[in-house]
Design a protein around this ligand. Structure first.
Ligand SMILES: [Zn+2]
Length: 361
């Protein structure tokens, strides 16, 4: 038998084995609570460092990094049909990306869920209807305090909105104030906003640079809630519905009408979508009672979705669901989870009104 004199780390089989070993290792670590807390502590450090490095850069460094990784990956994949060396390089690249993704972010999906900090409740349809009235009232009040464009559609007027959202995370109520903060505002417009519009993606967190990106073409009513959601990821809340819930709490503790309105409208739409499955007539009558300004904003959102709908959305909603499933999530089916958190929060407030936090600077 001919023996190869290549060092082992230069072989494809070595890097394929390392990838497999990594996969097993993180599968094990996910199940060890102490390991997850260790990674949570590490997250706070690395995120702080990355935000100091990249927060001041006026464009999304992570978006540039993504395109470089994708281009390198595609070039190596193409070459690997004819070159064993290129295949090895591709395996090394995948190993690195997988490793840093896991240590910077992947483990955060395995933190104890937020439900564990709230009383366990059963969501009743009548509760949801009560909340719908409440958040319609709040959204209407906030809407009266915001600016409009020439078509009478909501327009963000606070130029310091990003900073307000990040700073206001300090005011999150107990038991959601883990003393986790973002010291640097690192919220950027996505360089891929055009593509995002076609996919229905509002924003995303980049685990490699700790930047939050949002689609700059979105109707404004989506934007403050999206930023609050992505900034919640920056606190280490990885799960989608939990990030939305933290974003909502941020708005509750804020007196900024742009942030309040966008979030209350988001809550309202969520509630109505949940109610609709059980009582269509209620939702129809309820929406007929909306003030005209809310109708104008919701129509603008719907127009945006209709104008941009493309085949990409269909493809991506499949891959996005797969991605969430890989991370132990339920994909878009977790939709109800936000409403369950809201329900538990509302009931807890009713039981312990004193537990609401006081605002502090
Ligand atoms: Zn998210």
């Amino acid at each position: 038998m001919k023996r190869s004199n290549k060092p082992v780390y230069k072989t494809r089989i070595f890097w394929a084995s390392i990838l497999f070993a990594q996969f097993i290792l993180f599968q094990i670590l996910q199940r060890i609570p102490q390991a997850v807390s260790l990674f949570t502590a590490f997250f706070q450090r690395q995120k702080g460092l990355h935000q100091q490095l990249f927060g001041g850069v006026p464009f999304s460094v992570g978006d540039v990094l993504y395109i470089l990784i994708i281009l390198a990956g595609m070039a190596l994949l193409y070459k690997s049909f004819s070159s064993k060396k290129a295949l090895r390089s591709l395996l090394i690249l995948i190993n690195f990306v997988f490793f840093f993704y896991q240590i910077f972010w992947g483990m955060m999906y395995f933190r104890p869920p937020l439900d564990s900090r709230l009383p366990s409740t059963t969501v009743e349809l009548d509760n949801l209807k009560d909340y719908a009235y409440k958040y319609l009232r709040l959204a209407t009040a906030a809407r009266a305090r915001v600016a409009e464009d020439n078509d009478g559609v909501f327009r963000i007027s606070d130029p310091e909105l990003k900073k307000h959202i990040v700073d206001n995370q300090r005011n999150l109520p107990a038991p959601f104030n883990d003393n986790l903060t973002n010291k640097v505002v690192s919220v950027k417009e996505s360089l891929y906003s055009g593509i995002l519009s076609q996919t229905g993606i509002l924003g995303y967190y980049n685990p490699f640079t700790a930047e939050a990106q949002f689609n700059k073409h979105l109707p404004h009513s989506f934007v403050p809630a999206t930023i609050a959601h992505e900034a919640a990821h920056q606190l280490g809340y990885a799960r989608e519905q939990e990030a939305s819930f933290i974003g909502f709490l941020n708005a509750l503790q804020s007196d900024n009408p742009d942030l309040q309105y966008s979030n209350y409208l988001f809550v309202l739409k969520n509630l109505l979508a949940n109610i609709k499955r059980h009582d269509k007539d209620f939702v129809k009558n309820f929406m007929d009672s909306f003030p005209p300004a809310l109708h104008r904003d919701i129509n603008a959102e719907q127009r945006f979705v209709d104008e941009n709908r493309s085949w990409l959305a269909a493809v991506l909603s499949v891959t996005n669901n797969l991605f969430l499933k890989i991370n132990g999530q339920e994909g878009s089916v977790t939709y109800n989870h936000f409403v369950r958190l809201l329900d538990a929060y509302e009931k807890q407030k009713r039981l312990h009104p004193k537990m609401q936090s006081k605002k502090h600077k």
